[in-house]
Design a protein around this ligand. Structure first.
Ligand SMILES: Nc1ncnc2c1ncn2[C@@H]1O[C@H](COP(=O)(O)OP(=O)(O)O)[C@@H](O)[C@H]1O
Ligand SMILES: [Mg+2]
Length: 398
């Protein structure tokens, strides 16, 4: 039970709709519906959209939230158009009901709100859903094949017979290329959700991800620079936690960025793939990266997997030389095949789908199967236990 009753204001034009909401709310202990002429603040506003100027409604409700006249808002509308849903979330909505309203859905939303509002220390430990692994793919130099590795690893995982659910997050602000590599045209990118990240949940995220034919769900990056669209470590943490509850694997194309958001992702990642090639400058960069990680204290060495991309058997530098140079074991090599990789990119199809039998595709599949084997139940259980014991990560969702 919450310490006080949760007050609800109903702003509906349709009297029957109001009555339906009142009946549901009154059947749950701990809520009070305010009379339509009662002034003052309310804990929850349930607002019916449907006027000629929805944008005005969104702005008005947003102003109420910002001035703390209401703490939370649920919208009720006639349609489930993702654009309207997105706008609703941007203006601060926690829930969106489609008419005719479904009693169980409304009841569930109210009960969730009640849980959110429990005094500190009384929260129930949520039953964790999926506990996905975050694999952060970063390049030790531009053009080493970071996006190629991230995309083909993701598609290889999704195509495996164990059928894990896989998502791909593009962190290359402005220069994100994942949609081009996969031939998809996402309607939304992560910049649009950052403004209201605290209200983000799996239902909302599902509506804005774009999936490729292999089932990989992509969260692309903003294609223009805008301060409103930039991410912060807190935003990325929230986003990745929701994604981990939805997918078995969350693959991040981290590019070459090492800003504070990129560092947060490195900190959260279960595994970090550092893409390198057998060249002196690239191995030198890889060495610097690994030493910097040692200094930072994360990611731990055993979670760092250095991959040699564009591997040529007769290269000047041997794999042993490379290992000595970076003082770290090479995890795997991906053979050089420029024709196949560039042709896949130009056709907008993942290489492992376009040329599944090519040697390079076999390398990507081998990489995927290593991660599939490593993501054992016991590892997931440990992660779940850790979460239950210590971090209380769900409290960060506030
Ligand atoms: N294993 C490979 N063999 C040959 N060419 C590759 C390989 N991997 C990537 N490339 C090529 O390297 C270029 C850069 O790849 P990309 O994945 O965009 O790198 P990054 O994301 O690090 O900038 C592309 O033209 C791609 O075709
Ligand atoms: Mg790239």
């Amino acid at each position: 039970m919450t310490a006080h009753s949760i007050t609800v204001r109903l702003e509906t034009k349709d009297q029957n709709l109001r009555k339906s909401f009142e009946a549901i709310i009154r059947s749950i202990e701990g809520f009070v519906v305010l009379g339509s002429d009662t002034a003052g603040r309310a804990d929850l506003l349930i607002f019916e959209l449907g006027g000629d100027e929805p944008e005005r409604d969104f702005q008005a409700v947003n102003a109420l939230l910002n001035s703390d006249e209401v703490s939370e808002v649920f919208y009720v509308g006639q349609q489930s158009d993702p654009a309207v849903l997105l706008r609703a979330i941007q203006s601060g909505a926690r829930e969106f009901f489609i008419q005719p309203i479904n009693e169980d859905e409304v009841r569930g939303a109210l009960e969730r709100l009640q849980k959110r509002w429990k005094p500190k220390g009384e929260e129930e430990v949520p039953e964790p859903g999926k506990v996905g692994q975050i694999i952060d793919v970063i390049g030790s130099k531009g053009g080493t094949g970071t996006t190629t590795v991230a995309v083909n690893l993701a598609v290889s995982l999704a195509q495996d017979k164990r059928a894990p659910s896989v998502s791909l997050v593009d962190m290359n602000l402005l220069f994100g290329e994942i949609p081009l590599f996969l031939g998809i045209q996402p309607s939304y990118h992560w910049g649009e959700i950052t403004a209201n990240i605290s209200r983000l949940d799996a239902t909302f995220l599902k509506n804005i991800l774009s999936c490729d034919p292999s089932g990989v769900c992509v969260l692309s990056s903003p294609a223009r620079l805008d301060r409103k669209l930039s991410s912060t470590p807190e935003i990325m943490e929230r986003l990745l936690k929701v994604m981990c509850s939805m997918f078995d694997f969350v693959i991040v194309d981290g590019g070459q960025s090492l800003d504070s958001t990129a560092l947060k992702i490195l900190q959260m990642a279960d595994r970090v793939i550092v893409v390198s090639i057998l060249s002196v400058p690239c191995l030198s960069n890889t060495n610097k990266l690994l030493r910097s990680f040692d200094d930072l204290g994360y990611p731990p060495r055993q979670n760092i997997h250095v991959i040699i991309n564009r591997y040529l058997r007769d290269a000047d530098i041997s794999m042993e030389d490379a290992e000595t140079a970076i003082d770290h074991k090479i995890f795997q090599r991906i053979v050089n095949d420029y024709r196949a990789t560039i042709s896949a990119i130009n056709k907008g199809q993942a290489l492992v789908r376009l040329e599944p039998k090519a040697a390079i595709s076999k390398d990507f599949k081998e990489l995927a199967s290593t991660f599939l084997q490593a993501g054992t139940t016991s590892q997931k259980e440990t992660k779940r236990e850790d979460r239950k014991k210590g971090a209380k990560w769900w409290q960060l969702r506030k």
